[in-house]
Ligand binder design. Structure first.
Ligand SMILES: Cc1ncc(COP(=O)(O)O)c(C=O)c1O
Length: 292
């Protein structure tokens, strides 16, 4: 069965789909993206992801390429064409293609919209079931990681560093020694019954999964403390985990070679994974509103 991508108004065969060589995403990383999980045929937190997409575009003064309702329909059509029920949907919007020049192009240059999908097996994901290792690395990103920009080189280097050390994720650390977040996930620890994650200011990406988990915790009367935490606190935590739309909730069982807690996926991470799955399956009522 052919695989399809969406590129600027056309559903094209994935291996034939392409963008212009002077697309500003390619030349300047002048664009933003979103990744939405499709779980059992239902888009998890679609509203939160589209809210954040619009926010990222606003922060960079890039226009929405199509109305939001059209984007939703295009996402559904792409999923349908690829006959997917469990997948990740990637949406990328850039400032368009034009002669290379630092300044913004005129209003006659439309933004580019590209979407791809890939199947993803949420059920029985080994990292979720067995837990994963992480390492720490300095956070060398620009000062606006709250914008989901396609300028991901620091995260690429961080992830590669993790892989070369036999780990799954890199936890980035600021100049004060506090953990900011994972290279492609939010970072959490559990200590003495408290679930701790950095507050979502401009220093991290406000994960859509993070927001949902926070609200689920509040509903379940589990205490969430939003504050920076140090690596030492993480080494000594009862549990650690990452959240992201791609892999949902992944227990971190080892950090920089230190066993976290028992060295096995902990009860809080396991429960939050199950609760998030139930929420994504629509068992917790309406989607939780995501606030910027
Ligand atoms: C740096 C960073 N933090 C956090 C996240 C998690 O965000 P979400 O839960 O919206 O996928 C991501 C996801 O790509 C990310 O790249």
């Amino acid at each position: 069965m052919p695989r399809y991508a969406y590129v600027n108004g056309t559903f094209a065969r994935h291996n034939e789909a392409n963008v212009h060589i002077e697309d500003r995403g390619y030349q300047f990383a002048d664009g933003i993206y979103e990744v939405v999980a499709l779980i059992n045929g239902k888009m998890a937190d679609e509203r939160g992801h589209l809210d954040r997409l619009e926010r990222s575009l606003n922060e960079l003064s890039i226009a929405m390429p199509v109305p939001r309702s059209t984007l939703s329909l295009l996402m559904r059509e792409l999923v349908r064409k690829n006959r997917l029920r469990n997948a990740n949907i990637y949406i990328q919007i850039t400032r368009g293609a034009t002669k290379r020049d630092f300044k913004f192009p005129g209003a006659d240059v439309p933004p580019s919209l590209v979407m791809t999908t890939w199947p993803f097996k949420f059920h029985g994901n080994a990292a979720v079931t067995n837990g994963a290792k992480a390492i720490s690395t300095p956070d060398i990103r620009w000062k606006r990681p709250d914008i989901k920009s396609v300028a991901l080189l620091p995260q690429v280097l961080a992830k590669q560093h993790a892989i070369e050390k036999g780990a799954y994720e890199a936890w980035m650390v600021d100049t004060d020694g506090h953990v900011t977040e994972g290279s492609s996930s939010n970072a959490w620890i559990v200590k003495g019954g408290k679930i701790i994650t950095r507050e979502a200011t401009q220093s991290i990406l406000r994960g859509v999964t993070r927001t949902a988990i926070t609200k689920i915790c509040t509903e379940l009367q589990m205490t969430v403390e939003e504050r920076p935490f140090t690596l030492k606190e993480a080494y000594e935590a009862d549990e650690a985990f990452n959240t992201s739309a791609v892999a949902l909730v992944v227990p971190i069982i080892e950090l920089d070679g230190h066993k976290v807690g028992t060295g096995q996926p902990g009860p809080v991470a396991k429960r939050l994974y199950e609760e998030y799955r139930a929420y994504a399956d629509g068992q917790r009522g309406d989607e939780l509103a995501w606030t910027a």
